[in-house]
Design a binder for this molecule. Sequence first.
Ligand SMILES: Cc1cc2nc3c(=O)[nH]c(=O)nc-3n(C[C@H](O)[C@H](O)[C@H](O)COP(=O)(O)OP(=O)(O)OC[C@H]3O[C@@H](n4cnc5c(N)ncnc54)[C@H](O)[C@@H]3O)c2cc1C
Length: 449
Amino acid sequence: MRMDKRTFLKMCSAAVGSRMLTPFSLWPAEGKLTNWAGNVVYSTQKQHIANAAADAQEFVKNRNNVKVLGTRHCFSTIADSHSEFLSLMSMRQVADLDEGVRTVTIESGMTYGQLCPSLDTKGWALHNLASLPHISVAGACSTATHGSGEKNGNLSTAVSALEFIDAAGDIVKLSRKQDGDAFHGAVVSLGALGVITKLTLDLQPRFTMKQYVYENLAFSDLQQHFDAIESAGYSVSLFTDWQKTINEVWIKVRVGEEPEFDGPPQFFSAKRASKNLHPIVELSAENCTEQLGVPGPWYERLPHFRMGFVPSAGKELQSEYFVPRGNAVDAIFAVQRLHSQVAPHLLISEIRLIAADELWMSPCYRRASVAIHFTWKQEWQAVRKLLPMVEKELSPFRVRPHWGKLFTIQPGDLRAQYERLPDFVGLCEQYDPHGKFRNEFLNKNVFAR
Ligand SMILES: Cc1cc2nc3c(=O)[nH]c(=O)nc-3n(C[C@H](O)[C@H](O)[C@H](O)COP(=O)(O)OP(=O)(O)OC[C@H]3O[C@@H](n4cnc5c(N)ncnc54)[C@H](O)[C@@H]3O)c2cc1C
């Protein structure tokens, strides 16, 4: 039986309430270790929690197969294991703040939500954040997690050095400055290179932001004014259910940027909202970051969801596809043509831009991209039939899926989209010759020959 959107959202609110009691619990009531959404029950329940790098090194040395778990926010099985998990989530100290070269070095169990307020207090900021701050920095950078903004690279582009444990249990250090191309291969590691223990991130001076939300932008405006819409702010997100309009346009502005968007009452055909909104307009905005042009620190405006609240709609599935920015409008309209099939199973879609980067396994490797995201109802049977339809529409645009979200693209087609994949496989073989850090997802999508 298909559930209507209202009933589904009611259930989601209930789920959000119950999750708030134990937001970081690894073990839900049923006693099984699952990902955040609960759509992946991990294939092993064995987990070692390391409190120090030496402990993690010893663990790696004595195992044939190891998978690191971060904050478990991936919807795909990229983080799954049939052997044993290693968690570094209790290792979350700032190891070094080097104000001279503008970098911070953190232990890999730290989340953005833990890092950002303390960085801000010291006068520093990161260039961008994802839609929510609850994810681990190491997990996010390993899968090329991104925010929005045509000039902003994904979150992994802020990594300037990393330290990891290789399959022999030895510590390896790589940096942008000293290791050039190999470093570009190591940052978006998909968990296949080793156990990341420390990450060094680029900083910039703290900045103030404000965000404005507009409702009901006509699709025809998107067609005619896509570049102007996307360049209106530092970060722009378009939310749509693909039916009549772009339901909401979120424009995040850096105070002092030139020219500074000042939130006029009308933005093309869209009207400025007069109260805070959730991306799904039917849901309460109380867990969303402040809007209405109210100035605030960067880390409380770049994400859509506040740190103190459990994000989004709780029970959901997610997929996301990247195509070159030059094909953005055609790709958006290709998906829009599927609206009658997509809409019944969708909570909301989000469209974001990401700048090109040099990271071998990033979906934005050497191409500025538009990312078309789907937050689905948790109706996997229906969604798994829809994904090939969406993927077929996007295939003329050399589509790449988000590594951490759900997709059905065939492994051969996926590998063909990554020109540096053979180099990545070689890099992994150098540090992990016997595949200690691999799992079914990686064997199928990356390492199969
Ligand atoms: C509600 C919600 C909102 C989201 N919003 C966004 C968004 O705005 N933009 C976006 O791009 N994505 C988004 N995502 C996806 C998410 O950010 C990524 O999938 C990210 O990888 C999650 O990090 P994690 O620590 O939870 O990863 P996990 O699922 O725990 O692990 C992901 C991968 O990283 C590896 N890994 C983690 N830590 C380490 C380590 N220390 N050493 C080696 N490997 C490691 C794991 O082995 C695995 O391969 C969202 C997900 C959810 C649930």
